[in-house]
Structures are given as C-alpha cells and as structure tokens.
Design a protein around this ligand. Sequence first.
Ligand code: ZN
Length: 510
Amino acid sequence: MGPPGTGKTLLAKAVAGEANVPFFSLAGSDFVEMFVGVGASRVRGLFADAQKNAPCIIFIDEIDAIGKSRDTRYGGGNDEREQTLNQLLSEMDGFDSAKGILILAATNRPEILDKALLRPGRFDRRVIVEKPDLKGREDTLKVHSKNVKLDETVDLKEIALATSGAVGSDLANMVNEAAINAVKNKRELVSQKDLFDAVEVVLMGKEKKDRIMSKQERKIVSYHEIGHALIMALQKNSEPVQKITIIPRTMGALGYVMQIPEEEKYLKSEAELRDELVSFLGGRAAEEIVFDTVTTGASNDIERATGIARRMVTMYGMSKKIGLVALETIESEYLDRTSRLICSEAKEAEIDAEVQRMLKDSYKKAKKLLKENRELMDKLAAHLLEKETITGKEFMKIFREYYGEDYKKSSDPADDDDSDDSDDSGNNGKSSGSDGSSSGSSGSSGIFDLRENSDHTDSDDDGSSGSSGSSGSLGSSDSSDSSGSSDDGDSSDSSEDSGEKKKSNFEVIV
Ligand code: ZN
C-alpha cells in the first residue's frame, strides 16, 4: 500500500520476475460488472487457473475496487461487489496452502478495505511503499537517467532536494522533459539547468512567453512575488529563495517564488508554520501597500494559508486558545488526505474564529514587515520587473547590499498566535520565546518549493483556476500538518511531509 505513483505495481512485477513463476495480474475493477455474479465467477476462474499453474503469484491491483468495506459508510452495500468479495474471501481460505500460491494486492486506500480481507491468513502482511526520501529520489533519478547523456554540471542530489514529495513517476517524467528540452535546443547532453527547468515544467507547466500582460499587471505581479520573497528572507524560519519569476506558465501561474530547502526535513515546528503563514500572505500585503488595492491573484495563497492555520488549530494543537485536542481526522492517508471534523458545531465556530484570528495576525505582520522595508521592496520589484526572472542569489545580493552582510533575521516574530494580542508591534514581543524554542529546526520543510500564490484573475483563462486546484492535489498540504504530529519521525511522516512540501512551496500567481 502506498500513495499513487510510488511503484506498487512495479514492485509486484519485480517480485514475479525474481520468483520466476507464472504471474496472474488483474485489476480490481476487472471483477466488477453490472451483472450480479459475474465478478464472483471471475474470482473462481482466476483461482482455478492459479491452482492449475501452481506455484504461481496472483496480483490484484487496486484491490479497493472489490475489497471495499461492506460497511455502508464507505459506500458498501453493493450486491455485486459484495458477492465478489465473499467469493474472494472464501477462495483465499479454501485453496491448498501446500500448492504454493502467493496472493499480492495493491491499494492506495487501505483504510476502506474490508476487515475480513486483512485478517491473518488473508492479506496479513503489508508492505508500505512510501514516497521516496532524498536518497530514494536521488537513486530513482539515477535509474531514470541511465540512458540519458548528462553533462558535467548535473548534480542529481540537488535535483532530489528540490523535488521533495515527488514520486517515482514524477521523477521519470522530469528526466524525460529535461531530455526533450536538450534535444529541442540541439544539444547532445542534458545539463543541470535542463533538469531544473523540467522540474518547473512538471510542477507549473511550460512558460507562456506569448502572453501579453499590461504593464500595470506585470508590476502588480512583481510586487506580489517580491512580497512573498522578501518576507521569506526577513523571517528566520523560512527556506532560502531559489528563484523568482513573473513569466506566466501554462498551468495558470502568473509568477512564482521557488524555495529550495537546505535539507530534507520530517518535522515542522510551530514557528516555521507561523512564518509560512506570513509568507503566504506577503503577496497580498505587498499589493495592498503599494497599490492600495487588492487583486484576485492571492486566492490560492489565502486558501493555502487557511489550510495551514486550520490544521494548526484542529490537528497539531498549536493554538493556545483551543488547546491540545484533535478536532479533525484524516480520512484517506495516501490519496488526497481529506479530513473530517470530529467535533461539535459549537466548536466548529470556535475553530473558524481562531483560524481567522491567526490569519489576521499573520497578515498584519506581513504588512508590517513590508512597510518597514518599503525601499528595499521597491528596489527588488523594479529589478524583477526588468529581468522577469531572478535567482535567489541575485535576490540576496540586493538584499545584502541594502542590509549589509551581517543582517540578522528578525527573531521576533509576531506570530505567536497563542497570545491573543494579535500583532506584536514590538519586535521584542513575547513571541520571541516561541521562536527561540523552535529555532533549532529552522527552515520550513517546503520541498517543492514553488510557493503557489495562484492568484487568478477571473479574466484569465480557466486553466489558471484549474491549475491551482491541481497543484493542491499534487501534495496534500495537509502533509505538513502531519509533520507536526510526527513525533515518531518515521517514514510515514516523511511521506506526508513531502506531500505537503510539494504543495506548499509552490507559489503560483495566476
Ligand atoms: Zn502569492
């Protein structure tokens, strides 16, 4: 079991290859038909064939299609599926264990499987196929780039670091895109830049250079992106900025800021999450400060910031007001990680109020930080407007020229939301305490760090809105939350993190 794209089916095939026995492979949906009884007879047929060819391996992909719990909560109660499932259960009990039939099955929704399927004697051993970690991604990239000619600039580890949350199929896709790009430019070898560009193409779509935007709009996008980036640079717990661009992308972004973490992380501290909230709202804050008006561009920022704040309140126990209580539970671990409230309606209203307060405080802090650095922000935005894309190094060069080399990031975050007073007007606010504690784990774990501010203007093509949705789906932002919960710091957590990173770091302004 594991998230989509992690190679469960490949693994089963590899097992069959190694074992050197006949391999019967079927998808769960193959059994499901409109007519009652067909699925059950297929199960009987399958097992009859397998008995004849024993020793052999039977592999049922997406077993949740037939193995769904008979509990009606998960949409059970379908006659045909139940009969099929019953047949499968009885076949699994009935076959001759001396014959050497091994049954494998794959699913990304283990939580909905019928308990009877999972009891000892049936599918009782579980192999969890997680999203790859840093080393795993590097190795996967090595495998996929085996037949691709790479030049000497390529550093796969760096790419692996930038693709946290990506699964094997994403990585294969990225290597492929990089190779296509090299060929397009009539080069024999793939460079590191090709690979980085491919990462962005997979995440954000291709550059849309032919889109003509008005000067005013480009200026707004520049300020919006610089708003995010500057706040990241000013805050202690943000990952470094890798790239800022205002070249629109086909998946709807009008611009974005990409962060790359310094190292892979499995936990996020409260201070990091709070800093993230402020960074998310930085785009909108910059628009308001400079243009005295706001645009639709920040919708995705707001959505994601709200998601983080909400999880902090309902799942991580990071709100002093609400306290250490679980108010939400994750429903599908490996898919979209949708969650369900498990509290009273009265509490729900409290949650909403608390989330609202946290966001309001974060926005205030974002505005304060940007107002204090207005001159620098103007300088950076003008530079971005002229160059369209700047690297993190260029950005930091201007930043350091302005502040001097020894600039210390503000350690005073106003973020401690726990305290009811919203903004810490003074840098030395009590918040410092909270920051200090978390300081050890500096840096948000954003992995795919394009922070998405998908701001879409309605006038924009629908694609944009779609894109923002899709980005969400890429990694569940929730994953970040999970990181918070993961005291055990195990593999499971890591996966969640990665998912989150993927989503969280993308800033797309549509
Ligand atoms: Zn934004």
